[in-house]
Design a binder for this molecule. Structure first.
Ligand code: SF4
Length: 631
């Protein structure tokens, strides 16, 4: 094969540690550099006749763009790994196979050498119809009336671990040091690039506007729209989510959250076969076999292993590092796989087959298993199943490697059925590795209020749920949506190109403390106080434990709930709604939001307790979980 000739390869995209570190600095050159990498095996570099560091153009039916190569022994030949972000999603087809989640994994692509250089992330967003926002960082609009101080036991508003032992040092009205957290946590707490005032896209440039104008613009856009969409919510707290649901009901719109593109398929599987879950405290104190399947916590949840699994001793488990067995199943040798006791490398798209093989072996039917299943030798499967069966308490942590590859929710269903099989012999549980700090909370809040965990449509006056039809990526790629509010999420970086191209043609309002990739496709960006810094509220950790996110400073901007309430009131006024609206579970007028007094976190323990009685309503006792079942 000569230089310039392309190769058909399989593409997987996912989190890298360096990409995660730049999540709140997406306007930076470092973010562009880290998300435009292509990890490829040295053999494939040789086949393409290029050296590491040279560039490749990657093309699908949707589009093409340029990536810089990084030689990696961790990726098998014939496959490439791309960090998740605007580059991988620029070439991603929006098809979700009726699940809401597109094929971020196991996507066929054409890879060919090129002399061209990768463009910047803003360039990509402009190619999708957006407008870059590259004004110099404006700083941090926070105040510390008590002066300099150190605050202990702060909760981290980044990933689903919601670590509760962060210590922040405050000097001169801003956070200057962050102890105990991982690098992703520090990068968020120490970020100095918050947006100070609302901005509006006018005549090809950004102009500052007042909060009043921004609220009016948002209310007008939502009232005039026939098919409005409210998307995101996993980066905000329960009270704001409640108001969001009430706005969706008031305008007859669709409200969807980030789980529709990440762990929505896990929820679909749980709705089919149940959820054998437990708290992270149970895992820490009891689990002697830990299985990470399609997840790489070192990149996505950096302290998960040190707080809950590999490196922490439990009440019933001394010397955890020696006495726990950690097994990783993945398509590439991730950083987590490198420190595991056992690593089983599966061919891309082969998870379902491996779950089925393990179920058969545990049932005593190993004679029906072929010599190799999805690239895994039969003897390895038998050996691993023996380790699984010897556990006193085993736990599966399943990642988006299962939900975003072929099979989607059927992969997770098969994983749960493997857990069921193992529970005939010993004790096993399964916990999805939820990404955003409050993405689990979105499912809890939405289900509590509407009966459904995500993708809820109020167009007919009652809540209706059908992933694939009412999920954000499907609606945007079909160009159904005619106004969109984005909050606590960044589809500009994480949605397929077709969705962003449509967002750039309609009134799109972004509500976020930081300039993000979605800012480019927005018409208005409204900055708000940052939860965990100058705003507080309720969040659910990945194991459904509710926690109260503290604020450590005083805000100078409205928080999410205050801003949404103003938008709600403006819509009500424009629609001349006077009576209490709401045919569904509850509305803003009847909801008593979760309050600080209801929750008594025990900082540093990873546990929390909460009271549940709210005037006129007993919140958690009449609470449905993400499957819709009453608790
Ligand atoms: S593991 Fe997650 S929650 Fe914990 S400090 Fe790191 S980013 Fe924050």
């Amino acid at each position: 094969m000569g230089r310039g000739t392309g190769m058909r390869m399989l593409m997987n995209s996912g989190r890298t540690y360096k990409q995660g570190e730049q999540l709140y600095h997406k306007e930076s050159q470092e973010y562009s550099e880290q998300t435009s990498l292509c990890f490829i095996s040295p053999i494939d570099l040789f086949r393409l006749d290029i050296e590491e560091g040279e560039n490749v153009e990657i093309e699908t039916a949707t589009g093409k763009t340029v990536f810089r190569t990084v030689a990696s022994q961790d990726v098998v030949t014939g496959e490439i790994f791309l960090p998740c972000g605007p580059y991988a999603n620029f070439i991603l087809p929006p098809c979700t196979h009726s699940t809401g989640a597109p094929d971020f994994k196991t996507l066929e692509v054409e890879v060919r050498p090129t002399e061209r250089e990768p463009v910047s992330a803003w360039d990509l967003l402009e190619a999708e119809g957006g407008l870059r926002y590259d004004s110099p960082p404006e700083g941090c609009p926070t105040r510390s009336p008590e002066g300099d101080k150190t605050v202990a036991d702060v909760l981290c508003p980044l990933c689903g671990c919601v670590c509760d032992d962060i210590e922040l040092k405050i000097h001169d009205n801003r956070i200057v040091a962050c102890e105990n957290g991982c690098l992703l946590c520090s990068a968020k707490f120490l970020a100095k690039n918050r947006l100070i005032s609302p901005i509006k896209k006018t005549g090809g440039r950004w102009e500052k506007i007042s909060y009043e104008e921004a609220v009016n613009y948002t209310a007008d856009a939502l009232v005039e729209a026939e098919r409005p969409l409210l998307f995101g919510w996993s980066g905000t707290y329960g009270e704001a989510q409640c108001i969001g649901v009430s706005i969706a009901e008031l305008i007859g719109g669709v409200i969807d959250n980030c789980s529709s593109e990440c762990h929505g398929p896990s929820i679909m599987a749980i709705q089919e076969v149940g959820h054998p879950g437990c708290t992270l405290g149970q895992v820490k104190n009891r689990a002697d076999v830990i299985i990470y399947w399609g997840s790489n916590p070192i990149a996505s949840h950096p302290r998960h292993m040190s707080r809950y699994s590999t490196y922490t001793d439990g009440f019933f488990l001394d010397n955890s590092f020696r006495n726990r067995t950690v097994i990783v199943f993945d398509v590439r040798k991730s950083d987590t796989a490198k420190i595991a006791d056992e690593f089983i490398q599966i061919k891309s798209g082969g998870d379902y087959a491996v779950f089925s093989a393990l179920r058969a072996i545990i049932r005593g039917k190993e004679d029906v298993i072929p010599k190799i299943v999805a690239g895994v030798k039969k003897e390895d499967l038998i050996r691993i199943s023996k380790i699984m069966l010897c556990a006193k308490f085993g736990t599966f942590f399943t990642g988006i490697g299962l939900t975003q590859s072929r099979g989607k929710y059927k992969n997770v269903r098969n994983a749960i059925e493997l857990v069921d099989e193992l529970n005939r012999h010993t004790k096993y549980t399964l916990t999805p590795m939820r990404g955003h700090w409050n993405v689990y909370g979105t499912n809890q809040t939405f289900t509590y209020m509407t009966g459904y965990p995500y993708a809820v449509d109020f167009a007919h006056g009652v809540a209706y749920y059908n992933p694939g039809e009412t999920s954000a990526i499907d609606m945007l790629s079909r160009k159904e949506v005619d106004a969109c509010v984005i909050i606590g999420s960044d589809p500009g970086a994480h949605f397929p190109r077709a969705c962003n191209e449509h967002l750039a043609t309609i009134p799109t309002i972004v509500i976020d403390p930081f300039p993000i990739m979605s800012t480019a496709v927005a018409t208005v960006h409204i900055p708000v106080a940052m939860t965990g810094v100058d705003a507080e509220g309720a969040a659910y950790r990945m194991d459904a434990i509710p926690l109260w996110m503290k604020k450590v400073m005083e805000p100078t901007q409205p928080n999410d709930a205050e801003l949404l309430r103003r938008i709600y009131d403006a819509i009500k006024e424009k629609k001349s709604v006077t009576e209490t609206i709401g045919k569904n579970a509850c509305t803003i007028d009847s909801t008593s939001f979760i309050t600080r007094e209801m929750m008594h976190a025990a900082p540093g323990t990873g546990e929390s307790r909460y009271n549940t009685v709210v005037p006129g309503r007993t919140l958690h006792h009449t609470h449905r979980n993400e499957t819709g079942a009453f608790l």
